[in-house]
Structure formats: C-alpha cells, structure tokens
Design a protein around this ligand. Sequence first.
Ligand code: SF4
Length: 810
Amino acid sequence: MRSENPGAEVKSLMDDFDGLASNLINFLEYFGNEMLLGKAFHGVIQEGSGEIKFSRLLKAAGYEDNPEGFFSELVRQLEKSKCCERQEIKINNIVFPHLFLMPVLEKILPGTRFISVTNVSQLEELASVTVAEENRKKMQAVIERYPVRLSMHAIRQMRLSEAVARQYLPFAEELDDSGQPDTWTGQFHRGILEQMYQNRVILLLNMTCPVYCRFCFRKQKASRHYPAPTREEIKKAVTYIKNSLSIKEVLLTGGDPFLNKNNLIYAIDELAEIPHLQTLRIATRSVSYYPQLFYADNSAWCHYLKAKNAELRQSGKRMEIATHFVHPDEISPQSLALISDWVRNGLCVYVQTPFLKDCNDNYSELARLFSLLRAVGAEFHYLFMPCEPIQGSHLYWTHISQGLAAAAYLRAHVSDRCFPKFCTSVPIGKIEWHTSGWAVELDNEDENFFWIRTPYTSDYFKSFSPDTEQLKTVRVNAEGTLDVRYMGKIGDESLFSGSRPPREQKQQSGTLKELQAAALEDQRMPQTVVSTGSPTLFRIHESRAETDAGADIEAIKTNIAYLRQHERISDVVISSKKDSIELLDKVSEFIKMLRKIPHITAVRLRSLKFNYEPEIFTHSVIDKLGSLNKLTTVNPLRLEIETQFLHSDEFRLSHKNLTHALNNKGITVYNNTPLLSGVNYSPEEIVGIAYQCRQIGIEFHHLYAAGLPLQNSWNENRPVDSGDVIDIASRLRRDGSGREIPKYIIRTELGEVDFGLTSKLVEAQGQTWIKLLPYNLSYYRDMDAGFSLPAHVKTDKDGRLLIPAKGLSV
Ligand code: SF4
C-alpha cells in the first residue's frame, strides 16, 4: 500500500497507467450518467459500457489512439491545481466534472486516513496551497488556536472545489475576534448532556471530528481537546434521561460519535432499554467528508446501523442518521451509496445545511445539492441561516434577507419534498422564519444585534432550566413569549415586524366524518399552473407534475411525451379518483415508462386509503411497491406514498406496522394535512397529528393553511386566521421534535408558497391578497411560452404577483 503522505508521494501517471485507466473505466461504467456528470459531459460519453464511454471520451479529447497522452495531460493539470484557485480541468474544450476527476485523484493522492495539521508547511504540502510569507505567522497562530484536521477524501475534493476548500482550510481572518466565544448558554448543560427542549436532549459522546469545519461552533481548541466522556459520565446522563419521562428523542453527537465506537455502542444499548424513548438520532458529517469511515472493516458500521435499527424497531423505537452537506461538490458516489443503502434498509437519513457566505449562497448550487440527495432517499431538515455567530467565523456570515431570498428561489426550483425548514438557532432554541419566529427590532444599544421573537415561554423552561428568563439576553414580550437578543445582520429593515398583542383561542365545531367521506370522493387534484395539453396531466410546479392513473393508453403516451420533453420535472405524483393503490397494475406499467426518463427521480403515489383502509396494502402490494422503488446511486427512481390525516384520532397501530413494512422497502410515507375549521383547527390538535406521525414514522410534510380542494369549500365561510397559523407553528416548535414540524403551505392556482416565508398576506381594496415571492411571469413562461396571467391576478411594482386569498384572513 502506498504512503498516505500526499505531498511527498504525488505520483505521475506513468507509474500506474493500468490502475488509472481501470479506475476511470469502472467509474464511467457505474456512475457515468447525466445526473451526476452533467449534460455537456454526458453528451460526450453518452450511454454504453465503461469502455465504450471511455473510448468516446478519448476520441472527443483528440487522443483516440493515445490514452497515455490523455492521462498524461489530465494528471499534469491535476498536479498543477491548487485548493482555493478555481481552474477548470479541460482538454479540447471538454470540461471534466469533478466527480469524474475524483477516481484519478484517488490514484494520485491515495489513502483514507485523516490527518491533524500542526504547522504551516504541513498544511501547504497536504493541501497544495502556498501561504504568503507575510501571512505565515498569522496562519500558524490560527492553526494553534483553532485546530485543523483534514481527511484524504476532503483533501482530494478541496483540490477540485473552491467551495469545499473554503470550509476546511484555515484562513488568517479567523484571528478576528468578532462574534461570540460560545453560542450556548450554560444553564442548558448537564455534564455531557445538553437540554434545550423538554422532549429531547443532546448527548455528547466524542469531542473530535475527522475533519474540522472552520465555521464550527465548537472550533475552539478547548472543545477539540476536551477528553472523550467516560462510561461513568454516560451512565449518569442515561439515568437522567431514564428519570425524565418527557424526553422522547436523544441526539447522539459530539464531534463525531462514530469515532468513539465504545461510547456509541454502549450509549445506544443503554438508551434502547428506556421505555419512553422513541428515537435515537446519530449526528455525523462523515457521510460527506469521510465516507470511508463507514466502509472500513468490511462496512462494519453500515452493518451495525442496519441491524441495530431493525432491533430497535422491534421495541417500537428507531434510529435516524443526521448528516450535513453544504455544497454539491461534496457529493461522492460513496456518500450517495451510503444514503441509498441505509434508506433501502429502513434507516432514515436526514440532511441539514448551514447557509455559508461564498460557499453555498449560490441558490442554484443549493438546488442541485438537495435534488441529488433527495433522489437517493434523504429527507431534509434545516437550512441554518446564518451559521453560528461564533468568533473566527465571520467570513461565513450571511444576512437573514439572503437566506429568505434562497427560500424563495428553492421554493420555485426544487421539489417540495427537498425544501428544508429555514431556521435560526438562537441561544434558547430554534425558530423557523415567519412562523414560529421573526425579527422584532434592531437592538437600540448595539447595531450588531437585533431581537428575535421566539415561541418559547418562561413556563416552558421551568422544569429543566428555570433561570432562562433571568438571562440578560432574553425578555418577555407582550404576547407572553420570549424575545432573544441575537448577534447578526438582518439585511433588510422591512423584515422587522415588531411584537404582536396577546391572542385568545377561538372554539369551533365541525364534523370529521363528513369530511372524511368528502376526502375519499375524489383524490385527484386536477389543477395546473400551465397548460400541459393533456386533460390527465397537471403541472403544479416547475419540478412536479400530477397524473391521473386512470388515463387511457393514448393519454398515457401523451403524458409520457410531455414528461420526457420537460427536463426540469423531477417528481411525478400519481393519483386516481379512488386510490392509486387500487390501480397498482396500471401504475406499475406507468412507473416502468418513467424509469426511461433520466430526469424523473421520484414517483409519489397518493393514497388516502393508506389512512382509511390500510388493509388494501396487502403483503403482495407491499412487495410490488418495493420492486418499483429504485433507490439506487445512479438513475434512481424513488417511490413515496403521499397520504392525508385530518385528525389525531385517525391513527391506528396498523398504520405503524404498515409504515414500518414500507420503510423496510425504502419507501417513505409522508402526510399532508389541511387545516379545517372545527375539525383540526387548534394547536393541540395539530400537535397531536405531528406527534402521531413522528411516533409511527410518517414524515409530516405539509400543513396546508389554505388552498386544498377540501379546504376551499369547507373553510369558505370560516377562513383560517393567519394569527392562528402562527400560534400553531409556535406550539409545534415548543412541544414537538424538530423532526415532526411540517412546512406551512398555501396552495394557490399559481403554485404553492410557504406561509410567511415565501408569501405575504396583504390587505388591499377591502380584501386579502397573497403576495407570491417565488414566482413571476417569466417563471411560468419558461414552462409554457403561451402562458398569460389570469385577469384577477395583480402585479405589484416589484413584479411580484398578488392573488386573492381564499379561506384565509389576516
Ligand atoms: S462536523 Fe460538525 S462538529 Fe465536526 S467540525 Fe464540522 S461542524 Fe463541527
């Protein structure tokens, strides 16, 4: 085996020509597709075996009979490439995607270990950077103050991507002390346990990571060198959890807990014995920057996780992997394979992303990141905006307004199933923007701070952190929740929304049965934002179309032709008047046709009978669904079940068993609930639905404030009050796990928007209007050149569209 000292051992191509060629041919064989390598490069290699693709590439590059010359040129350019200096690697105008170059770099810079960097020369050699003479002292000071660690995988990626290098390479500006030494307030700490919420805790099992992100809030040397917890400390923490009946979830983290096998396995075994615990979440970034960790020892961790999750499921519990990706350049075949393998085996993987200046604040790159991860099975949790305002990380800080602009972009351009929650982590918990929290006002003593309204109250903290209200950075506002003083920049003063007065809850009554029957009358939603030319195909978004499973063969052919032609569609929802599962033979033929369309990566079967008649999901139906779910690294076609629960009383044990069986086939079940006056229109009821979904393993996807067909008639004379949506969101944020909070959606004839986040409710001309932030006329014209706006839609001076609100009031 080669040395892993890359600086000293950079090999020339000619030393290992055969190895290099077979690495590339293998790569092209398995991963040479359009989704991973992009349209232009795929146009060169096209389809076929690895060898055929490779010979096409050689020919196009002008090296048809000279593969050695091709490699020689490729390696010459790669050896010259430096971290942080973006240069395209190209031959004969063929630009090589970085995923294609990784197998070459694996030969040039081999190895799987991680390396602690202790001085500037070592950094220069490892990362292929040059530190200017005048900066060397400062850089050494940075390395000593904020430890640097890199994995070989990250080093290879850094050579090809500025966005990756920017996350891990130290920079002299880290010595600037702007920011806070610590973002966590001490009263939440109990040894290795941190409790900020009543129902969940963080358990720190290991303080180091294989790679140190420069924006990390634990970047101080003291945190990095904190000794790993002892068994006694873990026992004490487990006893606390055992005695705290309100705790349902534990996040096992650090550092990376997978670096401390003994602690992690011991903690999981102990926690598995606690009856009231439901979910163990394990946080690791190694999926992106050190995937080899999971493949070591014959994939020992992979086997362990799958087996342990299956064991936990037997006692009604489960595990989830919480991972962290920042930029699409971090995606590798190894990381995609890990995610798809885990999800196929019933282990949920969810992704969170810090929003970082000059790293991933390019919205289209974020869209690509989320789309790739969604296709292989990931769920999406938080986009943190900004990253923690910790000392030494100010170069990464973004304004809140930029994060909100990213939300509008993503709402327009990615599948709703990979749209994250836009959240800020304040010192007393998290808020989601414009539902459970908002910017109140600028701090009048220091313009680097502003006040954020949170959903938390003094009462909330009484049982586990009674001193919270006494914090200088916290104040009680007029409605009785807590505002917190936060370090950051708003970016747009019009986002300061002030406080709101106390509110009273209204009581309403209605009949659930009546609505259940109405819901089942027709499950289709025949609404389209642009014309598709087919009465059985509805385009509801740039990325999503809905089709009627009952369509005849001619209509199916027309629909397939439209889907093939429109490359931005990634998701197809299949519905039918009765239930898509009742037409499974027809549906499966349709899915087989979709498999031949590479840009379609997800199929979603609407089944309200999942809720009302779960017995239609027989063993053979589940097996058939499993066979249709193509959760693979390359050309995936992910299958999901979309269902609808109207009330917490509707949940049964059979739903749990069925969800479990579907999860074991890698199939996610998600729920969309419409807010219905008199039926589920209260924070308690929505908390009940969220709790049941989480317990059962159903993703609570959307809570519709307005616009679903069922709501349009039911809520017509008793509209949903926007203040009540905020009350519901605030209550859910306090009482629910972060993983059980839905997105709050308004469906309109021009597409879906997020309540508050990507839409605004405005009063004008005696009526309520919804201002749509993600969409404008050209958005629709890009899908349909002949599109024109309906007469009742207005456009404001900024080109934003305003549409009359139905079933909603301010
Ligand atoms: S992986 Fe997480 S804990 Fe580790 S350095 Fe990066 S941000 Fe910090």
